[in-house]
Design a protein around this ligand. Structure first.
Ligand code: GDP
Length: 197
């Protein structure tokens, strides 16, 4: 499995610092503290690949992890953290849609949301930016261990309805729990298709 071979390559202050626009990359997006690092760590089987922390919003950089010479995972900065300075927020509000639209090697985006909450305005904005950029989307509802099974499954439909109401189709959405190690195979299956493994 290529995900286990993920290796940190660089931390880019802006999308322009990501390196050559070649090969295929898949980006991971989500509100800060949603559990994005935990998803990446569970996917790669590396406990410390992406830094998890109780302090949200510390990294406002894009982290790049190589899977092999042509494929990579991109960890986008967590959004929605109140303490990020306005100037930094404004910079990303321009840089991010620009990256999503213009990065040729970017194939799809995994948007991570908390299973317990409806998509936030920022989630919907991110989904819309991706859809407008013609990118493939996959939703991951994480921390699924926090809800009973039935309730968690109901959230899948609720999220698809909420995004559809907002004019975005989420072709697939899944439950995930980094804590329980659940949903890794399903996510791997989606990424395998995207990367054409
Ligand atoms: P990030 O800021 O989006 O990268 O989020 P982290 O991966 O650092 O996780 C934020 C917090 O949520 C941490 O305290 C994690 O332990 C917790 N967390 C992440 N994933 C899960 C999960 O699947 N289940 C539960 N119960 N907690 C989780």
């Amino acid at each position: 499995r290529i995900y286990r071979r993920a290796q940190f390559r660089l931390s880019a202050p802006t999308p322009a610092d990501l390196g050559p626009d070649e090969g295929v990359e898949v980006a991971f997006a989500g509100r800060s503290n949603v559990g994005k690092s935990s998803v990446l760590n569970a996917l790669t089987g590396q406990r410390k690949l992406a830094r998890t922390s109780g302090t949200p919003g510390r990294t406002q950089a894009i982290n790049c992890f190589d899977l092999d010479e042509t494929r990579r995972l991109i960890d986008l900065p967590g959004y929605g953290y109140a303490k990020v300075p306005q100037a930094v927020k404004r910079r990303w509000e321009r840089a991010l849609p620009d990256y999503l639209r213009n990065r040729q090697s970017l194939y799809g985006v995994v948007v991570i949301m908390d299973v317990r909450h409806a998509p936030t305005d920022l989630d919907l904005q991110m989904l819309r930016w991706c859809a407008d950029a013609g990118l493939v989307l996959h939703g991951v509802l994480t921390k699924a261990d926090k809800l009973k099974r039935g309730a968690a499954h109901n959230r899948l439909q609720a999220v698809q309805r909420a995004t559809a109401e907002d004019g975005v189709t989420l072709p697939s959405v899944q439950l995930f729990s980094a804590l329980k190690g659940e949903g890794i195979d399903e996510l791997t299956g989606v990424l395998d298709e995207w990367f054409a493994v």
